[in-house]
Design a protein around this ligand. Structure first.
Ligand code: ADP
Ligand code: MG
Length: 463
């Protein structure tokens, strides 16, 4: 626009200069044609002036003509430079560009565009149709976009489509399309981006995500299986621990039976002696039998207690902590008495806890058995076990303390592990404390702690 208005201005100036020069020439001619005035020298002077004016105007006209030509040359040069710049830019651009006419014939495609599809520019420009470059599966959609664009309808400015390389390979493309006028005719222009790498990456990511999801799913299943297996293992271990505890319990029963059996034996011997001496009257006989029956009843009660001690209670229920402790100590006492172990229960006797009382008694028995073992192993002169019941910040706390010297610091972190024992193979199983912890932690939602006090080990159960 600016160029054309400049040119128009120049043209007007030239026309003005020419018409002015013509006017002057005409006036010079008119002067010459006029009759010579009376003073010849004046007329001569006027003629000279007119002529010089005409010559000057002619010179001016030539000057303007020259100036115009040099300006035009400059403009042409600028146009040429600009075109060269554009060509350089588009031709050498690494972004593939194209221009397609109404029939779909490629009217221009830069080198990047042609090499992307494996062609030379000469093969493509003016000879090939854009349809030759589109994957048949995507052709209908791409053609629809192309037609819409040329007909001025709405068409996506950016879309993805697959292209077809000369060698038949598929190229994933992102097309940035637009339209325009070229020589007054509507054409489709645009550029394409090779997104094959991105697509491959996306596909890989998708596959990886699927694999991850699959792995997570199977992982979940595996975790469930493992948890189930571990629960089963726990169940078996508890079972095993229960058998071990029963074994120890039978030891306690033996202790408990020893005294009444002795008494019974003595009573029988005494009866025999009394009969030999002839002093066994009916009344004495009755007394002796009643006494013996008492002892037998005691023995039978022990067996019942033993059975009840291990009879699993079905539902968790509130129970008296002191009651459970008393009952456990009742079983344990006989073996303590035999070894002169003093056992004392102190503190609050009104505490109530919730849970399976049988399991709790087993846990406590395991702790008491360990205390007894430690007291005997270390040959403590005045062995003692103290059980303290306390109410601490509305939690029931039971402490079992002995004076056997304590747990070695290097093993204290392992004593609750299953099968951990320091008592030599065959003697103990190493699952007593594991069982106690499982019962307290998992079944009663409590906590069990082991530490060393001044004279020995201290086990603290918080319920
Ligand atoms: N009162 C205690 N004093 C010293 N050591 C103890 C005491 N209680 C437990 N231990 C230690 O903890 C270990 C694990 O105990 P436990 O699980 O009952 O297994 P086990 O009695 O079969 O060895 C014992 O072997 C022992 O070394
Ligand atoms: Mg033990």
């Amino acid at each position: 626009m600016g160029g054309s208005s400049g040119r128009a201005g120049l043209f007007h100036r030239q026309v003005a200069a020419v018409s002015c020069a013509a006017g002057l020439l005409r006036s010079a001619g008119a002067l010459a044609a006029e009759p010579v005035p009376p003073v010849a020298s004046d007329g001569y002077c006027q003629g000279i002036i007119s002529l010089s004016l005409a010559v000057m105007l002619l010179l001016l006209f030539c000057l303007l003509l020259l100036q115009d030509r040099s300006r035009r040359r400059l403009a042409e040069r600028a146009l040429h430079d600009s075109e060269e710049r554009y060509r350089l830019l588009v031709e050498n651009s690494l972004v593939p560009c194209y221009l397609i006419d109404q029939q779909g014939v490629v009217r221009y495609a830069n080198r990047s565009m042609c090499s992307l599809f494996g062609y030379q520019q000469d093969d493509v420009v003016g000879h090939m149709n854009f349809r030759d470059f589109v994957d048949p599966e995507h052709l209908t959609r791409v053609e629809e976009h192309f037609r819409a664009r040329l007909e001025g309808r709405e068409a996506p400015a950016r879309y993805e489509a697959d292209g077809r390389h000369r060698n038949g390979d598929t190229i994933h493309l992102e097309v940035l399309a637009t339209g325009g006028l070229c020589g007054g005719v509507r054409v489709a222009v645009g550029s394409v981006l090779d997104i094959s790498l991105r697509k491959r990456f996306e596909r890989l990511m998708l596959e990886e995500q699927k694999q991850r999801e699959e792995m997570n799913r199977t992982l979940e299943e595996r975790i469930c299986e493992e948890v189930e297996r571990s629960r089963e293992k726990d169940r078996l271990m508890l079972q095993q621990a229960r058998f071990a505890a029963m074994g120890e319990m039978i030891g306690n029963i033996a202790h408990q039976w020893r005294q009444p059996l002795n008494k019974l034996g003595l009573a029988l011997q005494r009866m025999q002696m009394e009969q030999e001496k002839g002093i066994l009257t009916d009344q004495l006989m009755e007394e002796r039998v009643a006494n013996g029956m008492d002892q037998l009843l005691g023995l039978s009660r022990t067996i019942d207690d033993f059975r009840n001690f291990f009879r699993p209670d079905s539902d968790p229920a509130p129970f008296s902590l002191a009651g459970a402790v008393q009952k456990t100590v009742g079983f344990f006492e006989a073996s303590c008495n035999e070894h002169n172990i003093k056992i004392a229960i102190e503190g609050n006797s009104s505490l109530v806890c919730n849970g399976h009382v049988t399991e709790f008694r087993q846990a406590l028995l395991n702790i008491l058995n360990n205390a007894r073992d430690a007291l005997l192993d270390n040959r403590i002169a005045e062995p003692a076990i103290t059980i303290i019941l306390r109410d601490e910040e509305r939690r029931s706390v039971l402490t079992v303390r002995d004076n056997a010297g304590g747990i070695k610091p290097e093993i204290i972190d392992k004593i609750f592990d299953p099968y951990f024992t320091t008592k030599g193979k065959g003697t103990r199983t190493g699952i007593g404390l594991y069982m106690a912890k499982t019962i307290i932690d998992q079944q009663m939602q409590g906590r069990i702690y082991a530490s060393n006090a001044a004279e020995g080990a201290e086990f603290r159960i918080v319920l």
